[in-house]
Structure formats: structure tokens, C-alpha cells
Design a protein around this ligand. Structure first.
Ligand code: FUB
Length: 334
């Protein structure tokens, strides 16, 4: 409490010597950086440009729409000159207009998964029967699932053990092959999970969302290069599998008439993300528009290990193929 009072007084002194716009921005940042972690309240801001989150480093976006709200889930990168990606928690944000965003107190930390390495790699949340299931990767200890009754959490480990481990990645040699889960519930109610690094796997999920149903299979990419970050979505009856390809990573995509393939390689969707060797996307329809979320190293102090989430528009061609993403500084809020 002493430290907090000291910071408070020090900041008030700084604020008094500034003009109005700077005061507002400074107050917002101070709220986000100091008050939110201490008191756990929400924090809102207008995201008027890319990156959309500027008060912390965020990576690996995943999205979900519930009613009139878009929920955005990310990992939280450390600031500074990190040599490796190191994340220990995930974050949650909401928006109803893609302009004003609200952040909620940290809803899930990697150490919630007692069996894990404590590393917070890419993840995705999905709703079923009024509950929210958060599929997470933990670098080399597997994929876990946490559950909550509210999108903003808090979330609890749903099964107390990994849902998938590297042993399930039967064609892989890398210890970190079991990462980057993406989940979708198809129109017939069947839930599917895809994941992987180097090789891409998929399986059915049971109705309870916390058990694999049947055999694990491998996506046949017909010779094209899958690195990681699969994301599955459906539009006008066609399935789209977007993923990171090569290294440094570009986002490529494939299309299919059936979720189990065969997949047709469709080319590059997004170029190298500025100042970041990884690239991780989420694709979401919201209020009649399609959005492409990704991360780059574009924030001040940003690097491949201190990344930032951005959003730009996604457009379809008349034949259902995707137009290449145009990454912008303005983003989608105007
Ligand atoms: O953020 C950690 C890892 O980097 C993710 O799991 C990958 O998709 C890449 O973004």
C-alpha cells in the first residue's frame, strides 16, 4: 500500500504539469498499469490505430462473438530485450464496436495448470451450452482446457491433466509439437480441435468439450509448408484452414469442402508481420464485417518476443477465396 500511495502522489505531480489530452492519456495508462493489477477492476480505452492494445505487449490473438460483443483473448509478452518468447498468463478484452475496448483482470495464468511448464502459448476460447472453454498450449507440456461460466473468467483447469500431449503427435519429433489449439463447432454440432507445430493434427471433441472423441488424425498438406498457428473457420459452406508458414512466418491458407479435407493450398494470406518473426492470426465475422487479427512487433520497444495484437479487414473474392490482407497503421476503428 505504501508503494501504491507513493506512485499515486508522484503521478499526480506529473499530471498537473501537463495539458488536457496528455492528462487523459496518462491517466488511462496509469490506471491500466498500476490500478488494474492491484484492485482487479476493468480498464477501457479507444483503440484508434494499430496495435489495438498499447499498454502491454500481447500476442496470439483468438476471438469469439457472443451476442453483440466480440471477445479477444491473447497471451501477454514481457517487455524488454527478451531472447526468447516467455509468457506466463493470458488476457481477455471485449468490444461492441471494434473501437472501445475493455480489459478485464487477468482471467487465467499458466500456473493454473499444475501439470504444465507454466508457459502461456497460443490459445482459443469457445462457448458451448453457456460455458466457456479455453484451450491453451503450454510450450512442451501439452494442450490443456480451462472452463468458466463467464467469458471474462476467472477460468479453472477443467480436467487437471493435459487434454493432448506430444505423445498424441504421432508424426512429430519436436518436443514443442503439441501447441496452438484452434476449435470450432460445426453446423451439425460436432466440435473439432486442430493443433500442431511442424505437423498439423485434428480430432473430434466430445459434447462435454473436455475429452477427445475417437482417433487423432494428421492434416495432409500435400507438400506445402505448415509451421504452426492453425485457425479453422467456415464461410458459405467452405472450410478455411489458415496457418503460419515458413520462418520468419507468413500466414497461408487452404480451403476444403469437408473439415477432414482434402485441403487445397490457396497461397499467402498475410505477409511477414513487421518486426516479428512469428505471425499468429484469428479470423472473425462481427456485425456484418470480417476481421483479421494478428500480431507484430510494431509497438515502441516491440520485438519478436514483445509483440502486439492488431486488427485489419478481411475480404472474400466472389469465388470464396480470400483477398490478401492489407496491414494498416489506422486499423479498423475509423
Ligand atoms: O506465442 C508463443 C508461440 O509463438 C505461439 O504458440 C505460436 O503460434 C507463435 O506465435
Amino acid at each position: 500500500m505504501y508503494i501504491f500511495v507513493y506512485i499515486y502522489i508522484k503521478n499526480i505531480k506529473i499530471i498537473y504539469s501537463m495539458n488536457n489530452k496528455i492528462i487523459k492519456t496518462t491517466l488511462a495508462l496509469l490506471t491500466a498499469v498500476y490500478l488494474q493489477p492491484i484492485f482487479g477492476q476493468t480498464f477501457s480505452w479507444v483503440a484508434d490505430s494499430n496495435p489495438i492494445i498499447k499498454h502491454k505487449y500481447t500476442a496470439d490473438p483468438a476471438t469469439m462473438v457472443c451476442g453483440d460483443t466480440l471477445w479477444l483473448f491473447t497471451g501477454e509478452d514481457f517487455a524488454g530485450n527478451q531472447q526468447n518468447i516467455h509468457m506466463e498468463n493470458w488476457c481477455v478484452f471485449s468490444t461492441t464496436d471494434m473501437r472501445t475496448f475493455t480489459e478485464y483482470p487477468v482471467p487465467l495464468r499458466a500456473d493454473e495448470f499444475k501439470w504444465s511448464s507454466g508457459i502461456a502459448y497460443a490459445s482459443q476460447v469457445i462457448e458451448r451450452n453457456g460455458r466457456y472453454y479455453w484451450y491453451v498450449s503450454t510450450d512442451n507440456t501439452g494442450i490443456g482446457v480451462a472452463v468458466s461460466d463467464r467469458p471474462e473468467g476467472p477460468y479453472k483447469d477443467a480436467i487437471g491433466k493435459p487434454l493432448l500431449t506430444v505423445k498424441d503427435c504421432f508424426a512429430s519429433k519436436k518436443q514443442w509439437a503439441c501447441i496452438d489449439p484452434t476449435v470450432m463447432i460445426d453446423d451439425d454440432g460436432q466440435a473439432w480441435i486442430f493443433w500442431g507445430n511442424g505437423e498439423c493434427y485434428y480430432a473430434k471433441l466430445k459434447e462435454n468439450m473436455v475429452e477427445i472423441d475417437g482417433k487423432i488424425r494428421q492434416v495432409d498438406f500435400n507438400g506445402f509448408v505448415f509451421e504452426e498457428a492453425p485457425w479453422i473457420h467456415k464461410h458459405n459452406g467452405k472450410y478455411y484452414l489458415t496457418y503460419s508458414s515458413g520462418f520468419p512466418e507468413r500466414t497461408a491458407y487452404a480451403m476444403a469442402d469437408n473439415i477432414e479435407g482434402p485441403w487445397k493450398y490457396m497461397g499467402i494470406l498475410n505477409e511477414l508481420a513487421g518486426n516479428s518473426s512469428s505471425n499468429h492470426q484469428a479470423i472473425q465475422e462481427f456485425k456484418g464485417k470480417w476481421y483479421f487479427f494478428y500480431h507484430n512487433g510494431g509497438l515502441k520497444g516491440g520485438t519478436s518476443c514483445s509483440r502486439s495484437v492488431c486488427a485489419d479487414y478481411l475480404y472474400y473474392n466472389p469465388d470464396g477465396s480470400l483477398k490478401r490482407i492489407i496491414m494498416t497503421s489506422e486499423g479498423v476503428s475509423q
